[in-house]
Design a protein around this ligand. Structure first.
Ligand code: NAP
Length: 303
């Protein structure tokens, strides 16, 4: 539909797991003549240079977005408002601003008010990731066979939406358009609350007396291991997700707490039938996840 390269200049603000994976895809698939990467620290930019992930690296946000056709925010959500305020005067007419943040209504609230008419905002969220951070952790197959949810407000320029969709399709992803609030409720139960549970369980284990703690680590393969992987996720990113998706997380957490009480009652009453019935239903969900091809943990390809 669009001729490659779709963009003359793409500016990626943030070069961690997601930003660096995106820059790898953009380079590999020739989606932009130029890639500009902006980050805060020299250390990050030096790695980006060493890995040859960008044509231009800079700490200067205004310089980074000047003349960009597409700007993608790839930082933790908590800095969006400050970034939007600083970069908006330098955005060119007709440019597209997008993001990869895990929370969408707050992203719109923090960015949209600063964008001039004629700058198109197409918020996005790739449902892909690992527990690792930083530019070295990225890889160009991260988005393959994953969903990317786009949450543009009604009235957003269709050409801008299509271009962002096409970019993600070139990354091997499938795209879906969704209302931002709906996205936040769906992700609260599928991602945010599971992370909260992992942080809690690993935190509880950390507080156990020394001997028990040592055995928790030794016998981690019995289930705890998967929680430790999730609980190793970036603390700043997850702090921002809970701050900015507070209402949806609290709603889902309320429902979960009720269901835990129900399960607690089954255990207390040794209600074997009720437990078996519940565990059979949950096993079916796992089968559906496998059928949908969403069970494989992402990892760099071997080539
Ligand atoms: P990350 O690996 O921690 O990288 C964050 C990047 O943002 C770093 O390059 C950091 O620069 C940069 N940054 C932070 N504040 C900045 C600022 N004020 N100005 C310029 N750059 C700044 O994070 P990530 O895992 O890629 O996550 C990025 C976004 O993707 C988050 O919004 C997250 O919600 C979303 N997301 C993450 C995942 C996942 O699994 N990780 C999945 C889907 C979506 P320095 O290195 O120089 O500090």
């Amino acid at each position: 539909m669009f001729q490659k390269p779709f963009f003359n200049r793409i500016a990626l603000i943030g070069a961690g797991l997601i930003g660096s994976s995106l820059s790898r895809v953009i380079k590999k698939k020739n989606l932009s003549n130029e890639i500009v990467v902006c980050a805060r620290r020299d250390e990050t930019l030096n790695i980006v240079k060493k890995l040859d992930l960008a044509h231009i690296v800079t700490k200067d946000l205004t310089f980074a977005v000047t003349d960009a056709d597409l700007v993608v925010l790839c930082t933790p959500v908590g800095v969006y408002e400050a970034l939007a305020k600083r970069m908006s005067p330098a955005l060119k007419q007709g440019s597209i601003v997008s993001d990869v943040g895990s929370v969408k209504q707050s992203a719109i609230n923090m960015v949209k008010p600063y964008l001039a008419d004629g700058v198109h905002f197409v918020p996005g969220h790739p449902i892909a990731g690992t527990e690792n951070s930083g530019p070295e952790s990225g890889f160009d197959t991260l988005f393959e066979n994953r969903w990317v949810i786009l949450t543009p407000e009604s009235g957003t320029d269709q050409n801008a939406i299509s271009k962002v969709e096409e970019l993600w399709r070139c990354a091997g992803a499938k795209t879906e358009i969704m209302d931002a609030k709906h996205h936040d409720r769906v992700l609260a139960i599928t991602s945010h609350v599971p992370h909260l549970i992992a942080y809690t369980i690993v935190g509880t284990a950390t507080d156990l007396e020394d001997r028990l703690k040592a055995e928790v680590v030794k016998f981690a393969a019995s289930g705890f291991r998967d929680f430790t992987r999730i609980a190793a996720s970036d603390p700043v990113m997850w702090r921002d997700i809970f701050v900015h998706n507070r209402n949806a997380v609290l709603e889902m957490l309320g429902r979960l707490t009720e269901d835990i009480s129900t399960l607690q009652r089954y255990v207390r009453d040794s209600d074997a039938d009720k437990m078996e019935e519940l565990f059979s239903r949950t096993r079916e969900i796992r089968r559906s996840v496998i059928e949908a091809g969403q069970h494989i943990l992402p990892s760099p390809s071997k080539d």
